[in-house]
Design a protein around this ligand. Structure first.
Ligand SMILES: Nc1ncnc2c1ncn2[C@@H]1O[C@H](COP(=O)(O)OP(=O)(O)OP(=O)(O)O)[C@@H](O)[C@H]1O
Ligand SMILES: [Mg+2]
Length: 268
């Protein structure tokens, strides 16, 4: 199946799932993905089908490949082997098609990366006006509605440095949503925040999950994982070693690696 085009892939999915109609086509599909940094094998035979609307939490020890996995999904990292499809379309190598794909896949990092010299509203408007070529007045309205959705419409004219970390991260989420992405990737979005600001960001993420966004979240926030996630992936040494629902993972992890990991995150 490695030479499939996007169209072929959908056909393949419906054939395979013929006994489980109606089928849910994958929003994210990774097939036999391998990633190397020089000699270092950072992602090992990743096979992953994430249906539309699924919320996936990625857990695992430091260095297990969680960020690398996310970064391959919007091609911030290239892969040496395998294939990745978003909504049935194979990840483009470069050029305009790649820019389009990047805007379909929103990403929120630990650091907010807002432009410090631009207001909050202008930060959110930038993608729609520059990449989507949206008219300024439409982009303004869109930005305000998104800022309202993440609970900070009253901060629209401020600059990033005038906002708390939790507020800045909510702007970063609004900025990603402004591109109307099909998928949202979160890489430890709350780990740089003061504890009292973590929940305001997780609440926005939980709302998104409820609204049906397809999400891949690297996060060790277990309350969020139990409340909002459909599925937990546990990674170790570049491989996905457990793939299950949150309750099963947290109450009955299968592997020693996962048991050891959970005992560490539960003990602080
Ligand atoms: N640009 C790079 N060049 C070389 N090695 C890299 C690079 N990026 C990541 N790695 C290595 O790949 C492995 C996986 O890194 P990754 O950042 O994906 O881990 P992680 O699971 O996100 O860890 P953490 O929990 O610390 O964020 C690590 O051993 C890391 O050192
Ligand atoms: Mg990481």
């Amino acid at each position: 199946m490695t030479q499939n085009t996007g169209k072929d892939l959908r056909a393949f999915d419906s054939d395979r799932d013929a006994t489980h109609a109606p089928t849910k086509p994958s929003m994210i599909s990774m097939r036999n993905v391998n990633k190397f940094f020089g000699d270092f094998h950072a992602l090992k035979e990743i096979n992953l089908e994430i249906p539309k609307g699924e919320v996936v939490i990625v857990l695992g020890p430091s260095g297990s490949g969680k960020s690398t996995l996310c970064r391959t999904i919007n091609r911030l990292e290239t892969i040496e082997e395998g294939e990745i499809f978003i909504d049935g379309v194979r990840l483009p190598e470069e050029g305009k098609a790649l820019a389009q794909l990047r805007s379909d896949v929103g990403m929120v990092f630990q650091s907010f990366n807002l432009f410090p010299h631009m207001t909050i509203q202008d930060n959110v408007m930038l993608g729609p006006t520059k990449v989507r070529k949206m008219a300024k007045s439409d982009a303004q309205q869109l930005a305000l509605s998104l800022l309202k959705r993440v609970g900070i419409a009253d901060q629209a004219q401020k600059y990033p440095a005038q906002l708390s970390g939790g507020q800045q991260q909510r702007v970063a989420i609004a900025r990603a949503l402004a591109m109307k992405p099909k998928v949202m990737l979160f890489d430890e979005p709350t780990s740089a925040l003061d504890p009292e600001m973590v929940n305001e960001v997780l609440d926005v993420m939980a709302d998104l999950a409820r609204e049906g966004m397809t999400m891949v979240c690297v996060s060790h926030e277990m309350g969020f994982a139990r409340k909002a996630a459909d599925r937990v992936l546990f990674m170790a040494d570049g491989a996905i070693v457990e793939d299950t629902d949150p309750d099963t993972f947290f109450s009955a992890p299968r592997t020693d690696r996962a048991k050891d990991f959970l005992s560490k995150i539960l003990s602080h």
